[in-house]
Ligand binder design. Structure first.
Ligand SMILES: NC(=O)c1ccc[n+]([C@@H]2O[C@H](COP(=O)([O-])OP(=O)(O)OC[C@H]3O[C@@H](n4cnc5c(N)ncnc54)[C@H](O)[C@@H]3O)[C@@H](O)[C@H]2O)c1
Ligand SMILES: *[C@@H]1O[C@H](CO)[C@@H](O)[C@H](O)[C@H]1NC(C)=O
Ligand SMILES: *[C@@H]1O[C@H](CO)[C@@H](O)[C@H](O)[C@H]1NC(C)=O
Ligand SMILES: *[C@@H]1O[C@H](CO)[C@@H](O)[C@H](O)[C@H]1NC(C)=O
Length: 391
């Protein structure tokens, strides 16, 4: 009321002084108090207990990787800004591994270099599994900048933070979309990379940045190029739960479950005149349990100054018609299928040659029964109609 009165100034200065004192006191107290999430325990190196930073750990593949790492006694910090992931997945993981110092969740945006640097300064990571990204081919055609920003630029931020803080092992999530439309199947790691959409290009650029950096550093790098990922935790604790608004960009397994649940009227199969055994496109479907196994093996075998690039697929091509049949059996639903003409940009056949990862990492896909993988995922979908929200 009397803010202009100069006689009150000393009074105000006194108040400001007390306020500053209280704030400093609060900061000191919070710093000293034991952290309920066990975060303080993750700021120290513990011999024999590798601490892995999992970016995008609230997402579909990232959350499955976190579960596997925790089961294998790794310590894990998840960084995710929940733009596409689910806090529900993190809560389930925290309930499974409540011991202090096992799992820490940090809400942050990888596009924010200052925030990322702070996270690296306050923790001691031994390795990074970098899953965080946007990951829909169709969306990447409509919003390319979103892809270059959140894939390429953010990977640079992560890499710079790793370099600045001496974190020397990186396992990078790449994709078969970096190969584009190869003339020859099966795809090996030597198949030329000529991506044909912004998603594939953004991932290829991120790979190039990582590879160039690694040439002149002692970093251990493993780049895993996944084929089409399906399935979920066989024990039913985690599943795939993309935002409803991303449904239109969704992948075939999600569409199949949505159709079985009656959320969408049916499946639209685009293209029945491809030069394949039944005219529909052929893809290589890799179960997420096998995929995260590849990550753990890659982490285990990562060596300073070495780069490993591996396809992660089954090596077996499955047609869309075969996929739909397996999905009908797995869900028991009589899914309506509409056959339409080709969608531009789809190629007839994509499948991997996984012999390199077989040979060098002793990894093989075990969950190769498509119907079984889909049954496991369906069980979760059926009991989580609203994803990680209330059932
Ligand atoms: N799903 C597939 O079939 C497939 C195939 C090949 C490669 N990949 C790659 O695997 C990785 C994981 O894919 P997914 O299917 O689990 O996707 P997802 O969308 O379920 O998970 C991505 C996670 O990253 C987080 N994220 C995104 N941008 C972020 C940011 N700026 N800061 C912090 N967190 C951010 C999201 O919130 C989400 O939790 C991606 O790199 C993707 O390109 C996926
Ligand atoms: C997540 O990060 C992106 C940048 O990659 C940002 O644009 C978006 O707003 C963030 N979302 C949330 C919920 O923080
Ligand atoms: C990605 O980047 C764009 C900026 O190009 C931003 O608008 C968007 O929110 C970002 N995040 C996600 C998750 O898409
Ligand atoms: C390779 O993996 C199999 C299990 O899949 C295991 O039995 C075998 O001992 C491993 N071989 C080597 C050389 O590690």
């Amino acid at each position: 009321m009397d803010y202009s009165d100069s006689r009150h100034k000393p009074h105000i200065i006194g108040k400001v002084f007390i306020a500053v004192f209280l704030i400093v006191l609060c900061i000191l107290i919070t710093k000293k108090s034991p952290d309920p999430s066990g975060a303080s325990l993750l700021s120290l190196h513990v011999p024999g207990a590798t601490h892995v930073l999992v970016t995008g750990g609230a997402g579909y593949i990232g959350s499955h990787a976190v579960l596997r790492l925790l089961k294998d006694s790794y310590r894990v910090t998840v960084v995710d800004n929940l733009s596409r992931g689910n806090i529900g997945a993190i809560k389930i993981l925290q309930a499974l591994f409540p011991e202090p110092g096992r799992l820490q969740f940090i809400y942050a945006d990888l596009g924010n270099a200052r925030a990322v640097n702070k996270i690296f300064a306050e923790n001691t990571f031994d390795a990074v599994m970098h899953f965080a990204a946007v990951a829909y081919v169709g969306e990447s055609m409509l919003e390319p900048l979103r892809y270059y920003h959140n894939i390429t630029a953010n990977t640079l931020v992560v890499l710079e933070a790793m370099a600045a803080h001496g974190v020397k092992t990186l396992i990078y999530s790449s994709t078969c979309a970096t190969y584009g439309e190869p003339e020859k199947m099966a795809i090996t790691e030597e198949t030329p990379q000529v991506p044909i959409n912004p998603y594939g290009k953004a991932k290829k650029m991120a790979e190039d940045i990582i590879l160039d950096f690694s040439k002149n550093s002692d970093m251990a790098v493993m780049i895993l190029r996944y084929f089409n990922v399906i399935g979920s935790d066989p024990e039913g604790r985690l599943g795939e739960a993309p935002r409803p608004e991303l449904r239109e960009h969704g992948r075939i397994s999600g569409a199949c479950f949505d159709a079985a649940l009656g959320i969408i009227p049916g499946l639209k199969v685009k293209g029945t005149d491809y030069p394949t055994r039944d005219g529909t496109c052929i893809r290589d479907y890799i179960d997420v349990t096998d995929l995260v196994d590849a990550h753990v093996k890659a982490l285990d075998k990562a060596k300073p100054r070495r780069v490993g690039i591996y396809n992660v697929g089954t090596g077996k091509g499955i047609t869309v018609k075969e996929f739909v049949e397996a999905c009908k059996k797995a869900t028991g639903a009589d899914i309506k299928v509409e056959y339409l003409s080709r969608r531009p940009g789809d190629y007839a056949e994509v499948y991997s040659d996984p012999s390199k990862i077989n040979r060098e990492l002793n990894w093989t896909a075990h969950y190769t029964d498509l119907e079984k993988s889909l049954s496991i995922a369906w069980r979760w979908q059926k009991s989580h109609r609203n994803g990680y929200g209330s059932p």
